[in-house]
Every structure is written in structure tokens, then in C-alpha cells.
Write a protein that binds this ligand. Structure first.
Ligand code: ADP
Ligand code: MG
Length: 403
């Protein structure tokens, strides 16, 4: 029996109005509204912290914030998503992480102040269309939306690269994940209809139109294994260890981005076998991300799909950040008519898989993938057809944003 898939995640166009009304009843006064999108990475995984290349799109799903100025230096904020309220003082000296959702807002405010911004007190109400903790970067979205709002209230000229960097610093220092710049960058610089080829070393970008006769279907495995953050940091350490060893024969390299596959293979005996495989993933994934941008631009969808499959195999076998559920989603997807490629996306150990699917097959593909995954695991995945949308900015006109 074929059952229809569990309802996918829908964008909620009414979210801005709901948020404004809820703000008025929670804090009082007329707020400004801002939004920042989640992202999905098409290819180029675990390359950002190796100074390498990534190819994300900003999603059509955002985290929204309604925000109004206060006359003191207090920041009160509530998330409708988690139904919790918190507050802090901007003059708090060296705030410590609390290891909960408030770190994303407090941490960011602190990082922005430390970078020389003079923020002002604020009341904020936050809500999100992005599934939380599933690898679509709800964390960057809450940072970028609240950061953009706080900087706007402070009357600051907003430098999006500096805002993205402040978000990355928040994750590194407050959350304790040594993540790269991709998530925040994509949330800031998304462009409708385009993927962003980002050079994480110097933030140079190239916009690449996504195809019109195919779609990217994102399936959420609905699992997240407990060791995700520590494994992430371990991978980063392993890459750094690789660079230190390789630098003894390749003087001048600063990151795995500077190493070719031929150079890496010539040095294989110097490296611990595990470190060698970690490095091989990063080096080959960088090459794949660059190649993928070219084939996407050329309209070679089959070529793009093949690179996605190679990326998944490399993440599974060399980098060892996949898991049974992601492997199952990818393997199942590749067996369904209309799929041109599939891979895990995001940090790994759960979260989402992304498939490139012929447009005319999307509906059937999604139903079959959801059904088969649920049949094997007992878990109904949520499915998203990703649309490349715009980056952070003010919410819709007429909702308090007065430009
Ligand atoms: P991802 O970024 O892939 O969604 P993360 O683990 O990096 O996963 O971030 C998820 C965390 O971010 C949540 O556990 C929560 O602490 C915080 N967060 C994200 N969005 C919200 C929100 N709308 N309200 C409150 N907390 C949020
Ligand atoms: Mg995150």
C-alpha cells in the first residue's frame, strides 16, 4: 500500500502578521520585522573550515523577528518556536554560555558589542518556519535575523560579511562548535533562483543559476545522533593535524584547500590512515564543489547528480560523518525514477539528505522516498522542495518597517 507522505514543511506567509500581533500583546508597541533564511548546501561539505568551497542556497524558509527599541540596555526576547522567554543586559561583562537556545541571541549581541557596535536595549519576539536542529541552519537564521534587527535599531550601517562572521564567532565561542562561515554567509547573501559558490578563504562569490527543469528535494531523516558536535570538532582537529604534517613537505600551505589530490597521495605514507582519508575527503570535495558550479551553470544536471553521489560516498567512507538513516535515504532516493543524484547535506550524523530530481517526477519521487523510509525505520520524514530565496532583510512592507 502506498501512503501519501507526511505533510511537508510549509512556508507560513502569515507568520509576519502573527508575529506582529503577538509582539504587541507580549511586549506592547509597534515592532519592526526582519527575517533571515535557513540554507541547504548542494555540495561542498566540511570544506568551509578548510578554507575551501561550498555551494549553498538560501531557503524559502526563514526565522522571523519582531523587534522594538527600549530606553535602557536590557534585551528581552521570547521564541514562539520553543515557547521560552529570557533577558540579559548589554552591559553584562564576559557573559558565559548557558548551553541553551538563548546563547544564539546573547552570544551574538555580545560578539557584536565586542566588535565595536553600540547596540541598544530591545524587546524581541522570534518565530521560525525552519525545522530546528535538522541541518537546515535554523541557528544561523536566528543569529542573522536578530543580529540584523539589533544593528538596525542601533542605527548601524550593516556590513553583511561582518554580521556573518559575528554569527560564526557566536557558534565557535558560545555554542562550542567550530563551524565555518557557510551557514551565516548563505543566510545573509542568498539570491532568489541562485546557488552561491563561496570561497570560504576570502569570501569571493560566484552566483550560479539553479536549473529550471529539476528540483532539489530535501528529506529530513528526523534523527540527530548525540555525538554530532564533538565529532564535528574532532573532524576539524583531524584536518588541522593533516595540514601540520603535510606542511613539512609542502611548505607554505595554510589549509587543505591548498593541497591537490596528487600532492596528498604522494604524502600518504606520512599520514595516519584515518587522517589521510579525512584529508582526501576535503581535497576531493573542494574539487567537486568547483566542478559542480561549472556543470550546474552549463545545465548538465546528470553531471551534477553524479558529483552529489561521489560527495556522499566520500562523506560516508572517508570522512565518516554519515549514518545508517542518511545512507538509507540516499540509497533509496537513487533507486527512484527521476532522481539524478543524492547525498547527505549539512554536518552529518542525522539531519537531511538532498536529491536532485527531474521536475516532472518530484511529487512521485517524494511520496515513494517518504513511504520507503518510513517502512524501513518507522519514522516519517518531512520533505521539502527547496527554492533558492533571498538573504536576510526587512520583513514585508506595511508591517512596521518604515524605510
Ligand atoms: P540547525 O542550525 O541545523 O537547525 P543547530 O543545532 O545548529 O541546528 O541549531 C539548533 C539550535 O538553535 C536549537 O536547538 C536552538 O537552541 C536554536 N534555535 C534555532 N532556531 C530557534 C528558534 N526559532 N527559537 C529558539 N531557538 C532556536
Ligand atoms: Mg546550525
Amino acid at each position: 500500500m502506498t501512503r501519501p507522505p507526511k505533510a511537508g514543511v510549509e512556508p507560513r506567509p502569515e507568520i509576519a502578521t502573527e508575529l506582529r500581533d503577538a509582539f504587541i500583546s507580549t511586549w506592547g508597541g509597534e515592532p519592526l520585522i526582519f527575517r533571515a533564511p535557513g540554507r541547504v548546501n548542494l555540495i561542498g561539505e566540511h570544506t568551509d573550515y578548510n578554507d575551501g568551497f561550498v555551494l549553498p542556497i538560501a531557503l524559502q524558509y526563514s526565522t522571523w523577528v519582531a523587534i522594538a527599541r527600549r530606553d535602557d540596555r536590557r534585551v528581552r526576547f521570547r521564541s514562539q518556536t520553543v515557547q521560552k522567554t529570557a533577558e540579559f543586559d548589554l552591559d553584562e561583562v564576559d557573559p558565559l554560555p548557558r548551553h541553551d537556545w538563548t546563547d544564539y541571541v546573547r552570544g551574538l549581541a555580545w560578539v557584536l558589542e565586542a566588535a565595536g557596535n553600540h547596540l541598544v536595549g530591545a524587546d524581541m519576539l522570534i518565530d521560525s518556519e525552519i525545522p530546528i536542529g535538522s541541518g537546515l541552519s535554523s541557528s544561523a537564521a536566528i543569529e542573522m535575523a536578530t543580529g540584523y534587527g539589533m544593528l538596525t535599531l542601533a542605527g548601524a550601517a550593516i556590513d553583511l560579511d561582518a554580521l556573518a562572521t559575528a554569527g560564526q564567532r557566536t557558534e565557535n565561542v558560545f555554542i562550542g562548535v567550530r563551524s565555518g562561515i557557510m551557514d551565516e554567509y548563505a543566510s545573509c547573501h542568498g539570491v532568489a533562483g541562485h546557488a552561491i559558490l563561496l570561497d570560504c578563504r576570502d569570501l569571493a562569490t560566484r552566483l550560479v543559476p539553479v536549473g529550471t527543469d529539476t528540483r532539489f528535494v530535501v528529506a529530513n531523516s528526523m534523527v540527530r545522533h548525540a555525538h554530532t558536535a564533538s565529532e564535528y570538532n574532532t573532524r576539524r582537529d583531524e584536518c588541522e593535524t593533516g595540514v601540520v604534517t603535510l606542511a613539512s613537505v609542502l611548505p607554505g600551505i595554510r589549509a587543505l584547500r591548498d593541497v591537490s589530490l596528487a600532492e596528498l597521495e604522494a604524502s600518504e605514507t606520512l599520514l595516519d590512515p584515518v587522517i589521510f582519508r579525512r584529508c582526501r575527503h576535503v581535497v576531493t570535495e573542494n574539487a567537486r564543489a568547483l566542478r559542480a558550479a561549472d556543470v550546474l551553470e552549463a545545465g548538465d544536471q546528470a553531471g551534477f547528480g553524479a558529483l552529489m553521489v561521489q560527495s556522499h560516498e566520500s562523506l560516508r567512507d572517508d570522512y565518516e560523518v554519515s549514518c545508517a538513516e542518511l545512507d538509507l535515504l540516499v540509497e533509496t532516493a537513487l533507486g527512484i525514477d527521476g532522481a539524478l543524484g543524492a547525498r547527505m547535506t549539512g554536518g552529518g550524523f542525522g539531519g537531511c539528505a538532498i536529491s536532485l530530481v527531474r521536475q516532472d517526477a518530484v511529487e512521485r519521487f517524494s511520496a515513494i522516498l517518504a513511504e520507503k523510509y518510513e517502512h524501513s525505520t518507522g519514522i516519517a520524514p518531512t520533505m521539502i522542495v527547496a527554492e533558492a530565496g533571498p538573504g536576510v532583510g526587512p520583513g514585508p512592507d506595511g508591517l512596521g518597517f518604515d524605510r
